[in-house]
Design a protein around this ligand. Structure first.
Ligand SMILES: [Zn+2]
Length: 416
């Protein structure tokens, strides 16, 4: 250990880096890694292909071709990952009071326009990657390409196409295969009822059906997630060994231990029910629905506290729809209420998400060889999590600026 430290020290003192005009040196007040640690380093270099090539402390640079960005008044952390969105559920002119019905009346052009607005709000919250679940129209696949090429401002997309649901006109396995053929990144199964103001959880499928779909997805190199509002489809998901379970409240300790032991991530999406209640006028929801949604939030918070104590990997997912974009990160406040530390919370939105996406050597960390998805903040989020809601000043994705309010007012994330 001593020997290792000595070598590091010598390297640190003597390292001289020659940069070219393809490189950008970022100088910050401090770097917070996705592991939830403040690194003992302040500077990093990004090459023009959007990769972090070096990190260090007051790097000694030779050459005068490179660009230096002085952000010594800001902290930097990895771009956040939102593991559950519906970016194509949007209304270009906002809701008139019944958003779900109105969505059915919007054509693809209108939905695309709303999705691009959702995308800009998403990156303003520091989210640089999202997993979008259940578009089913093909628009998610088109947008994945648009954002990959930086043709529009937005996050990196991982998409599932349409989810497997009993309302589909074909057999569940055939439907899953049809989506896999479209080259989706994920397969989604609706394992139970429950969505929007429907808080029920009736299982749809036998465990062998869930397993056959899971096996087909894995065989094709795709990941798979299962929607279960309560514990009803959780045993089937564990039996099938899916990659993540969405929403589920009321799980037993035994189920949580099995999730942990089978490396199944929990994406609780606590906050989307708070969002529906706060925005109930946009959906035409009654006071009683409001009450039920808030009761579900409490159950979901308890489930997260239990899963966290057992050691289940938890990932941030907003389940954002419509005007919920721009509130993507409010889930982090719910995790705080569930008793997670700031370091644990940062992990849910960085390394845990990256791991679930199969991107743990590329996303979620400030480290050599990683993609330069970076959020620059006024304060250290390990000390003050609120800086993620009112102190984001600059966001990079692939080393490119996707949100910049260094010289204007910060975007305020309003969590009700
Ligand atoms: Zn959802």
């Amino acid at each position: 250990m001593l020997k290792h430290c000595a070598i590091t020290l010598v390297l640190g003192l003597t390292l001289n880096t020659t940069l070219t005009q393809a490189d950008t040196l970022y100088q910050t007040k401090g770097l917070i890694d996705g592991t939830g640690k403040l690194l003992n380093k302040t500077d990093f270099i990004v090459s023009n292909d959007g990769q972090i090539t070096q990190i260090g402390n007051q790097l000694k640079i030779t050459g005068s071709q490179h660009k230096t960005v002085d952000l010594k008044h800001l902290y930097a952390m990895p771009g956040l990952i939102d593991m559950h969105t519906h970016i194509t559920y949007g209304l270009p002119n906002g809701s008139k009071g019944n958003a779900w019905t109105e969505l059915g009346q919007v054509d693809e052009k209108g939905r695309r326009q709303a999705a691009l607005e959702n995308a800009r709000k998403t990156v303003a919250t520091g989210v640089t990657s999202i997993r979008d679940l259940n578009d089913g129209s093909g628009l998610d696949l088109k947008l994945r390409q648009v954002f990959a090429n930086h043709k529009e401002i937005g996050p990196r997309l991982f998409v599932s196409g349409g989810g497997v649901h009993p309302s589909r006109p074909v057999e569940p396995l055939d439907y899953a295969k049809s989506q896999i053929e479209l080259d989706v990144d994920w397969v989604k199964i609706f394992g139970t009822t429950g969505s929007a103001d429907d808080l029920t959880s009736k299982a749809y499928y036998d465990k062998d059906i869930v397993k056959s779909i899971t096996d087909a997805a894995h065989k094709a190199g795709k990941r798979i997630t299962l929607h279960s509002y309560g514990p009803e489809a959780v045993d089937a998901a564990i039996y099938a060994r899916v990659d993540s379970i969405e929403h589920a409240v009321g799980m037993s300790i035994k189920q949580m231990i099995a999730m942990r032991d089978n490396n199944i991530t929990y994406v609780p999406t606590i906050d989307h029910n708070r969002y529906y209640a706060d925005h109930r006028d946009e959906y035409g929801y009654t006071e009683e629905i409001d009450k039920n949604l808030r009761t579900f939030v409490k159950k979901n918070t308890q489930a997260v506290a239990g899963a966290h104590s057992v050691g289940v990997s938890i990932a941030t997912g907003s389940d954002a729809v419509f005007s919920g974009f721009g509130e993507n990160t409010c889930e982090l406040k719910q995790f705080k209420a569930a008793g997670l530390s700031n370091a644990d919370i940062i992990q849910t939105a960085t390394v845990n998400g990256a791991n679930l996406l199969g991107q743990k050597s590329q996303l979620g960390r400030i480290k050599e060889g990683y993609i330069a998805d970076i959020v620059f903040l006024e304060e250290n989020p390990l000390d003050n999590l609120d800086t993620l809601f009112n102190g984001i000043r600059l966001v990079l994705r692939d080393g490119k600026v996707v949100h910049d309010v260094r010289n204007s007012e910060p975007f305020i994330v309003n969590c009700g």
